[in-house]
Design a protein around this ligand. Structure first.
Ligand SMILES: [Ca+2]
Length: 386
């Protein structure tokens, strides 16, 4: 399965689709050559609720020689490392962030959307649309953040750091339709990076596996295979939010890459970085320094041996952009759904002899290269803001 999960292919990366047109601000196909930033960042049509169709991007011209940034959708439960993932995405020339979709975990969907909009606006990306996804796990009709999440990310999800509220609102289209439309439009030129509960992405993948199998990659932050969890000795937080949806995703024949605690705890940011950001003298620098100092403080209490905070969600973005940062093994995963190990990610014993595997599990990372790239790119971005 992963033989075709390559990094090449797709549309010309500039918003064009197979028929030669582009998407207008509502996501509708138009002719002509105008190319506003807003237009290229639209993630899907407003009339949404499309039926599953073939991806338009995989066989389009220009796939052999990529010259333009690939499209990126982040599916975030916007707490502190999600905000860092937004910054890294905006600072990376290899990708064009076309949408943020909202899931839950660190915070509720509503709170996460407010945080995403505020962070995007602060970083000068007030043209990136934000869409609400499913706001509770399968088998439940509500969600509230855990005490552990509030301790690590703060009650507001951003460590109490000062940031203006956005005047924007989330789009009326659902995250599910936005993701599906973008997948059908951009095909392998689209990267999808979920970094919270997998409910929305699993729903879309199970609903239209052929379309979602056609995207460039689905690289999620979550799970723990070779190291202990961070909820309990077996379970990682994102998977714990909705184990059933994660298990559905692993069994719906859509290729994924797992960037879990196995590697994210090897990429650590220290107070050296926040001191540098604060010294930039910009509002964005101060906000990110205050926010991450709160995060590092939480780590100093819970995992002092790390020497800083884990760069969980930004590493997933970086691995989606540059898979050479990680080394992986192929597995067909399952999630334990009952008993004391509920939420554990582990190989499905019934699929051990399958020749094809659906998930590349990251077990190694070039942490030094990633952290230095992260510090350089994000530092430049924060210095450019007023
Ligand atoms: Ca997250």
């Amino acid at each position: 399965m992963h033989d075709r999960n390559g990094v090449d292919g797709g549309s010309d990366g500039d918003g064009r689709i197979a028929g030669g047109g582009k998407l207008d601000s509502g996501g509708k196909l138009v002719d002509g050559h105008s190319d506003s930033r807003r237009r290229s960042r639209s993630a899907g049509s407003e009339d949404g609720r499309r039926e599953c169709g073939r991806s338009g991007g995989a066989d389009s011209p220009g796939s052999a020689h990529r010259r333009t940034p690939r499209k990126l959708i982040l599916d975030l439960d916007t707490g502190i490392d999600d905000a860092l993932a937004i910054a890294y995405a905006l600072a990376s020339p290899e990708v064009d962030l076309i949408a943020v979709t909202g899931t839950y975990g660190n915070v509720t969907v509503e709170r996460g959307l407010r945080n995403s909009l505020a962070v995007l606006d602060l970083l000068g990306a007030d043209d990136v649309p934000v869409y609400a996804g499913i706001d509770h796990p399968l088998g439940s009709d509500s969600f509230e953040p855990s005490a552990g999440s509030r301790a690590i990310h703060g009650d507001d999800g951003l460590g109490g750091a000062s940031i203006p509220e956005s005047s924007r609102r989330p789009e009326t289209q659902s995250a599910q339709d936005a993701i599906l439309n973008a997948a059908a439009t951009y095909g392998r030129d689209l990267l999808v990076v979920p970094t919270g509960a997998l409910t929305t992405v699993a729903h879309v993948c199970c609903r239209c596996p052929e379309v979602m199998s056609g995207v460039g990659s689905i690289t999620f932050m979550g799970g723990a295979l070779t190291v202990p969890g961070n909820v309990n000795p077996c379970v990682e937080a994102n998977i714990s939010q909705d184990p059933q949806s994660a298990d559905n995703l692993f069994h719906c024949a859509v290729p994924t890459t797992m960037v879990g605690l196995d590697v994210t705890h090897r990429t650590v940011l220290t107070r050296d970085a926040t001191r540098a950001w604060r010294s930039l003298g910009t509002r964005a620098g101060r906000f990110f320094a205050d926010m991450v100092d709160y995060y590092i403080g939480a780590y100093e209490r819970s995992q002092p041996y790390l020497g800083g905070c884990g760069l969980h969600d930004p590493l997933a973005v970086a691995a989606a952009i540059d898979p050479t940062l990680i080394s992986t093994i192929g597995l067909n995963l399952q999630v334990d759904l009952e008993g004391p190990f509920r939420g554990r990610t582990i190989a499905d014993p019934e699929l051990l002899r399958e020749e094809t595997t659906s998930t590349r599990v990251a077990v190694g990372v070039d942490g030094g290269r990633f952290v230095s790239t992260f510090v350089g790119r994000v530092g430049r971005l924060l210095g450019e803001r007023c």
